[in-house]
Design a protein around this ligand. Sequence first.
Ligand SMILES: [Zn+2]
Length: 136
Amino acid sequence: MRNDLSERLMMRCPIIYRGAIPGPNRIVMHFGFECSSGWFEMVLLLSEAIERIAARLKNEGVEESRLPMVCQVKQKFGGLRYYMENGNEEIYALIQEAQAKSFHICEICGAYGERLIIGGFYTTRCNEHTRPDLGD
Ligand SMILES: [Zn+2]
């Protein structure tokens, strides 16, 4: 994921990405978003939906250490993996939905794609982006 896009995700969703923002929680998510930029929109929509839930919990008086926090975001076997601390049923349902969609979203451009094996690894790509050296 490009740095500017990663930063947008963190800035738009400061509660759930507090582990990725420099500070005492930084160690929790020091690796960034381990998927390519074509998934930005999907990850943004998912993040914003979870952030709204987190904001609601915060307003209800849940203390920060118990609020939802993202630990890892990556691509594995061509699909999204999105790991949280302090998740709940509502959040896990959203993650599952995004994961199902991710198998049809090109990791490079965000267009409709299919899961392929390229260079020995699963990846999800549209017809235009099947070269193995793509991705950021
Ligand atoms: Zn593409």
